[in-house]
Design a protein around this ligand. Structure first.
Ligand code: KIV
Ligand code: NA
Length: 265
């Protein structure tokens, strides 16, 4: 196990210490994220978007998630590593869900798994928890069900949807999830859920009243410059930095400036 455990996250919540979570999908990025002090590294199925170029997370396979997870766990020493279960590997049949979760844990040496949904997937969550695998929930905007909604707009603005989200959060806590991601919901709702639950609530576009924050690393470092939702804060403009580096390399090669005397044998 790594330095940050699910127990430690629980402690952070009860002390009012905020939890910093970021995604990573490969060894080099995971090393940076872990050494910079992030508490939780998420091997998100957002890899479908930022690594593979798909429009949604629906096409992500279990094999590809395990490949990304294995690359990340080889780098991470301190942070808790959570791996997304991809679409279609846990919704229908709880025995299949357990088999998928077991594959992720055995083949990637991750610390926990995350799945999207509440009441609908509760049986799968319980079966995975019974095997001793820590489970993180994910409510609000759940990108794997994009085809049901047709839009990535803010969720649970209506009373009925908000009530269902609160009920789902309590259900996930009651069966033993160690935390829940809340995606793109009103800040007041995020704060309410965080105050009602004992387990940590990690927000992405869920306001400042939750117990921690998560972002996609390609978005917050500006590697991906095609995505600018209101909730995103950009900490770097790596798209420009990297494009500049590559184009200077191209002109140095073309001009014959690279390699110079000292850069050859
Ligand atoms: O896949 C992902 O990156 C996620 C986060 C946005 C929470 O699920
Ligand atoms: Na995800």
């Amino acid at each position: 196990t790594r330095v940050v455990t699910t127990y430690r996250l629980q402690e952070m919540k009860s002390r009012g210490e905020k939890i910093a979570m970021l995604t990573a999908y490969d060894y080099s990025m995971a090393r940076i994220v872990d050494s910079a002090g992030v508490d939780v590294v998420l091997v998100g199925d957002s890899a479908a978007n930022v690594m593979a170029g798909y429009e949604t997370t629906v096409p992500m396979s279990l094999e590809h998630m395990i490949y990304h997870a294995r690359s990340v766990t080889r780098a991470v020493k301190r942070a808790l590593v959570v791996v997304d279960m991809p679409f279609g590997t846990y919704q229908g049949n709880s025995k299949e869900a357990l088999a998928s979760a077991v594959r992720i844990m055995k083949e990637s040496e991750a610390d926990a798994i995350k799945l999207e949904g509440g009441e609908e997937i509760l049986e799968s969550v319980q079966r995975i928890l019974c095997a001793g695998i820590p489970v993180m929930g994910h409510l609000g905007l759940t990108p794997q069900s994009i085809h049901k909604y047709g839009t990535y707009s803010v969720r649970a603005k209506e009373e009925a949807e908000a009530r269902k989200l609160i009920r789902d959060a309590h259900l996930l806590e009651a069966v033993g999830c160690f935390g829940i991601v809340l995606e793109k919901i009103p800040a007041t709702l995020g704060a309410q859920v965080a105050s009602e639950l004992k387990i940590p609530l990690i927000g992405i576009g869920a306001g400042n009243g939750v117990d921690g924050q998560v972002l996609v690393i390609h978005d917050m470092l500006g590697i991906n410059n095609e995505f600018s939702p209101r909730f995103l804060r950009r900490y770097a403009d790596l798209y420009s930095v990297m494009t500049d580096g590559v184009s200077r390399y191209v002109s140095d090669v073309k001009s014959g400036d690279f390699p110079n005397e000292k850069e050859q044998y």
